[in-house]
Write a protein that binds this ligand. Structure first.
Ligand code: TMP
Length: 207
């Protein structure tokens, strides 16, 4: 049984991740691809509890290393319970964010040492990396205005613009360093064009 493909969707708040994720899963369903849709942080009961802890606003200042370790704790559980079993039985995994978000938010946003992230990545994931990372790229100034319209801000959404600029820069830097793995999609373009590009990326994976 060949391993399923592991696809992740990434981007700063307000890039249209949910709408485009829906498009991706609808398209895969039409093609008859068996897949599991999941998200990070989260994807299992324990990892979803860690997500709540990570996203909830609190008086206490959250130490960036504590945040990083919680993200990887959730990821270890998610990999063991959901991602690895799905890939091994030949299903695709479509994941709303994965370790690129850690490089972007904890590395770029919180300015943690990338080599520490790389060490945890290797420890938790071994050699597993996404086959394709769909990066929705948008000026965070525009993204945050869009995100502000969709309810109360969580702990990350309450960060300042400069934080999201660092997040975006970190995403783009990673994509530029490994163009064979990343598809950078300009999310400022009309939705129809964004989805055309997503579809052509998915077509390449099916062939
Ligand atoms: P989202 O489900 O709306 O994308 O929210 C998840 C939040 O968690 C988002 O603000 C990014 C953040 N996050 C990290 O900081 N590091 C990570 O590794 C992941 C997966 C998410």
């Amino acid at each position: 049984m060949p391993r399923g493909k592991f696809i992740t969707l990434e981007g700063v708040e307000g890039v249209g991740k949910s709408t485009n994720l829906q498009f991706v899963t609808d398209w895969l369903r039409k093609q008859g691809v068996a897949f599991v849709q999941t998200r990070e942080p989260g994807g299992t009961p324990l990892a979803e509890q860690l997500r709540e802890l990570l996203l909830s606003k609190r008086e206490e200042v959250v130490d960036p290393t504590a945040e990083l370790l919680m993200v990887f704790a959730a990821r270890a559980q998610h990999l063991a319970q959901v991602i690895m079993p799905a890939l091994e039985r030949g299903d695709w995994v479509i994941c709303d964010r994965f370790t690129d978000a850690t490089y972007a938010y904890q590395g770029g946003g919180r300015q943690l040492d990338r080599s520490l992230i790389a060490l945890l990545e290797q420890t938790v994931q071994g050699d597993l990396r996404p086959d394709r990372i769909l990066l929705l790229d948008l000026d965070p100034d525009v993204g945050l205005q869009r995100a502000a319209r969709t309810g109360a801000a969580d702990r990350f959404e309450s960060e300042q613009l400069a934080f999201f600029q660092r997040v975006r820069a970190a995403y783009r830097e990673r994509a530029a360093a490994d163009p064979s793995r990343y598809a950078v999609i300009d999310a400022s373009r009309p939705l129809e064009e964004v989805q055309q590009q997503l579809q052509s990326e998915l077509e390449k994976l099916i062939l």
